[in-house]
Design a protein. Sequence first.
Length: 569
Amino acid sequence: MRSVVGCFVIHLCLGSIYLWSTITLPVTSYLRRFDPTLTYYDTIVVFAAALGIQGAFMILGGYLEKQLNSSKSVIILGTFLVAASCFCSSFVTTLASLLVLYGCLFGIGIGMSYTSTIALCVRWNPEHKSLVTGCIVCGIGLGAFIFGFLSNHIVNPHGVPVGEDGYYPSYCAITERVPIMFRTLGAMYACLIAIGCSLIVDLPHDTPSLLPLPLSSSATSVVPCDSISIQQGRNLYDEDLKEQARESRSASLASSDKEGRDSRANSYLPLYYGALNSVNEVDDNHPVEEYPFNQNEISLSSVTDILMLRDAQGNTPSLDMESEGDGEEQVQQDDDDDDIGILGELYPTELVLSSYGWQLSACYVMTTVGGVYLAGNIAELGGEYFSTTSFLTAVVSSSSLFNGFGRPLWGALADRFGAMKVMQVMSFVFALIIYTYNWASSLQNQSLFCVWTFSIFFFVGGNFCLYFPITISMSGKTHAASNYGLIFLGLSICEYFNIILLARYKVKFADASTLLGTLCMLGCININWLAYRLKSRQSRHDRNKTAYDIVVESQNVDESVELTPVEMA
């Protein structure tokens, strides 16, 4: 629990990436004293760069986490960059220097620490991964709310409106406070980061236990498997499962990482029972080979050396998943099964080569990029219908509360009904809200504008909460940080170009609402298609595994016959 609290505190600081819509007016006006030609459409590249670069460094954060075998070290490094880059931004005098510090370095720090914090807490609480994710990323929304009000109070405490040209005077009390704002925020980030990191308890990657084999307490050698049962198994398995087994075995043979081979143990569960594509003839004269084991757990040192096990007396051990005793093995088995992805435990390189990974990344882009753009530009877009700056600032800051507090709610719903199912429904409703956002704003009713704006922030938070558990359920938790970074990378790149293009061509509110609503609806269709593909694959695997288990359990092997281990082809 203390790690969840610590990571939540850290995400309060990471949420300041969405401060841009609040501070863009004074910051742009401040930079205009050095370059009077700058406009809001020029400085928005800082916000776009921070969003775009964080996805790439999520992958680096996941890689460093595995190499150092420590999430806490990566989190400390990333959050240090966040605080330092914000503090140093107080000394900038050009757009280029602000882009490097508050755009690039700030985005790098967020990317490195974002997924590492979530992955660490998910390892501590695997049974509530969606709720834990929602509680942690809740800090993103609340951080934008808290620091939004704080930064506005520091820079413009009296609510002075902009001039007729849409900017503050280059030399005035408001622009003079911009460096003070950056230094204050940087110092506060440093204090909160120190508190958060002190609460985090690291959990190295090598601590989870390996998948235990479903053997009885007396099992110590090999499960008998004669040529008849092997032939029966062949008849039960269709061509789809054979192709799946070949692909899985090829992927493991191509990997030289022992941990990767161990993490795929669950993928070969049907193979333990003799479901082989091709097998060697049983030779009764062949001596029984000993296989290294420790009680009921086996480390798969080489996939080609997997042997069928039987007990030392030549008897068939019980194949009942509830072994003798109090059933602790079954509980452990169920817990491990929940952590295995539908596609197995995939490496980032394997996820890149998988069509499922590309489709999930496309879903992320389609259902999220529109909401992020609107959330970051509400002050400018809403200015077409509402001229009161204080009202727009209050709406943007208050919306962050719905973004933050909504994330734990989405996480609880995902744990209850499944992250994929919740995402399927949410994306459809979100598309309708974006479609009608311009209509609700055009009525110039402040209450209606607030409801639609709060809804957009609420659903944006749901996207960032749900895709991480969806990634785990699809590709496993072993490389969850890096895999999620790959999925998020597509969103980061598209967010960058989406913001730059819409800003450069000065797209109107109505056009942006229609375009982004259409994109979100296409994402809804795509996520439903992906859910159907994953469900079909899982059902096919479960059906074939169950069919072969029935054959294995119906075997009546003569205990007097000495059987030899069958080596997997």
